[in-house]
Design a protein around this ligand. Structure first.
Ligand code: 59J
Length: 580
């Protein structure tokens, strides 16, 4: 037996056995090494290849009007993207994908083949979650979805200039969306997920950072007034064949802008075929010479000096005045050779206004215009907002003095003009402008003595109600005041004023018993029947003021005696208010 064993187990066999033993020990050691000693390191390395951080989009703050009506709303959408490289593996599914996306199969194929080595391309952005899921359910290899938010503007073109819009990445690009971007945007969060080799999501691990939603913002505007203003301005632009226009409604007591509209406008929900002219928020970014509306400010300055009272008279005959090589002309012929101060406003006499300006000095008008905000920064910080220009001369010669007094050589925005008139309406107190709803009473500045403002209110009411006044600005059942203006536009080619292009203006406020709302109407280049501010812009003022006073439930202060009695119902209303 021993011999046999010796023959059956030669030395070679022992060597093999020994080597096998060493290998077993080595493998065992390697197993222990991997599983115990290097375990954490290796697991970390593996996870790093499949653990990803993906952003959680933050919900953008809601923008509303002053009554909570939504103006900009973020809704969840699904964006589909593709790993085009991966998609090459199963081309058979492309036609079905194209059908589900509503895209031309040929175009999609061409695109996917042209970008065959790209690992990230957008297929379509901003689908409803349902539409997105329907495509994902096709399980086309290489097609993935991401959750995003998309902005929608319920009031569309009516609030487009004011609200502005966001870009496709949800960042503010125009208007309030841009000015208040930080407030509205919030902070995106982070989510840790495990993805497989191909980038497919396997498992949600944890939210490492919660998304911080943006904050809501209530604007000062009242959507009802915004609709009213937009409708009336648009109709006037069409009727008068005008190029553009703006309309602003302001609450003179709070400084809040209640409506701000411009024509032309655009649909922020569909921005294809957008022309730059449509996007301009003209009320804040276009400057113009205020023309005769400026006379309300110049006249205030005259009365404030104490040197002039409304009944004082000025000779305006013969309707023109020569100052060196420059002639001041009146457009309307007056009945007599003299006008009192109210008459100068009613007839819009450039000659009369200039003579008063020579007496009080250009600087006196300049100082009030500056205090009242003309050609000054509004502090609103609206994107693209213009400051305009109020010139101050070291020496006020007659030409400069006259020109400023009736509104030329100075440029303002519509919002500055409404602000200036708001001070007259609010008994000389100027409330800072705001586009955001305010709850507490603002800190006002007395820019004009109360008595002077009240005198101006009476005169501006006469401008509308006197026999030769701007009757088209009258508002049924209310007393209102204001001033029209017709200004030749400066033209680039002619080195001066154009003969046939005008800007029709009206600025006013009401109700006179306790002025609360100021309105400015700007109509650029009316081209039909007429172009006078009193003809083109005054009726728009009348309709918008009328609607505003009614919507704001302001008690009429100018009812005829019979109607006055009927204003309080004699028959008591039923408990349900008479509705059924
Ligand atoms: C006017 C001007 C241009 C600039 C003149 C309007 C001047 C002037 C140089 C001629 C039409 C026109 C600095 S008009 O606003 O006086 O609103 O209902 O544009 O006078 O000196 O064919 N407004 N308008 N003037 N320039 N420079 C009157 C008036 C005004 C009206 C009507 C008739 C002008 C009553 C204007 C209105 O008050």
């Amino acid at each position: 037996m021993m011999k046999l064993e010796g023959a059956l187990f030669p030395w070679r066999f022992r060597v093999v056995l020994g080597l096998l033993g060493i290998m077993v020990v080595a493998i065992a050691w390697r197993i222990i090494d991997l599983q115990v000693v290097d375990r954490d390191f290796l697991k970390g390395q593996g996870d790093a290849r499949s653990l990803r951080h993906i952003p959680i989009p933050a919900h953008r703050g809601l923008i509303t009007d002053r009554n909570g009506e939504p103006l900009a709303v973020s809704t969840p959408v699904t964006t589909l993207w593709a790993n085009a490289k991966e998609m090459q593996l199963e081309k058979g599914k492309w036609p079905a994908l194209a059908a589900a996306l509503g895209q031309d199969p040929k175009a999609l194929t061409e695109r996917l083949e042209a970008q065959a080595n790209k690992e990230f391309i957008y297929l379509v952005r901003g689908l409803t979650p349902e539409q997105g899921q329907a495509v994902l359910d096709l399980k086309v290899p290489g097609v993935y979805g991401i959750e995003e938010f998309r902005r929608f503007y319920p009031a569309g073109e009516v609030t487009a200039h004011m609200v502005g819009f966001t870009d496709i990445d949800d960042h503010g690009r125009e208007g309030i969306e841009l000015a208040y971007d930080e407030w509205l945007a919030g902070v995106p969060g982070k989510r840790q997920v495990i993805k497989d080799r191909r980038g497919r999501l396997i498992k949600d691990v944890q939210v490492t950072k919660n998304a911080k939603a943006g904050k809501p913002l209530a604007l000062s505007i009242d959507l009802r007034l915004q609709y009213l203003a937009n409708r009336e301005l648009r109709n006037a632009i069409i009727e008068n064949g005008a190029k553009a226009g703006s309309l602003v409604i302001m609450d003179v007591k709070t400084g809040e802008i209640l409506a701000m509209v411009n024509q032309p406008t655009f649909n922020p929900n569909n921005r294809r075929n957008l022309q730059p002219a449509m996007m301009r928020n003209r009320a804040m970014i276009d400057v113009f010479e205020p023309g005769s509306t400026m006379k309300a400010i110049s006249m205030s300055a005259a009365i404030e000096t104490g040197r002039w009272k409304p009944t004082d008279t000025v000779e305006v005959y013969p309707g023109s005045l020569q100052i060196g090589k420059y002639t001041i002309k009146d457009v309307s012929k007056t009945e007599g050779p003299v006008l009192d101060l109210t008459g100068i406003l009613i007839n819009s006499s450039n000659v009369g206004m200039s003579k008063i300006a020579f007496d009080i000095g250009g600087e006196t008008i300049y100082r009030l215009a500056q205090k009242i905000g003309l050609g000054q920064d509004t502090g609103l910080g609206f994107p693209g907002e213009r400051v305009g220009n109020l010139p101050n001369y070291r020496e006020w010669r007659k030409a400069e003095t006259a020109t400023l007094s009736y509104g030329y050589g100075v440029s303002v925005t519509a919002i500055q003009l409404v602000h200036a008139f708001s001070a007259l309406a609010n008994n000389g107190r100027l409330a800072p402008l705001t586009l955001i709803k305010t709850d507490k009473a603002p800190q006002t500045t007395q820019v004009l003595p109360e008595a002077v403002a009240k005198t101006m209110q009476t005169m501006l009411q006469q401008v509308i109600e006197a026999p030769r006044g701007v009757f088209r600005a009258q508002v049924p059942a209310y007393h209102v005041g204001g001033k029209s203006g017709t200004a030749r536009k400066t033209s680039v080619g002619t080195k001066g004023y154009a003969v046939n292009s005008y800007r029709s203006l009206f600025a006013g406020f009401g109700p006179m018993s306790d002025p609360r709302y100021a309105i400015v109407v700007v109509i650029d280049e009316p081209s039909k029947a007429g172009y006078y501010g009193g003809l083109v812009s005054a009726p728009v003022f009348s309709r918008v003021m009328s609607g505003t006073l009614r919507l704001m439930n302001v008690t009429p202060d100018n009812l005829p005696p019979t109607q006055q009695a009927n204003a309080t119902p004699v028959v008591p209303l039923k408990a349900n208010g008479g509705r059924g």
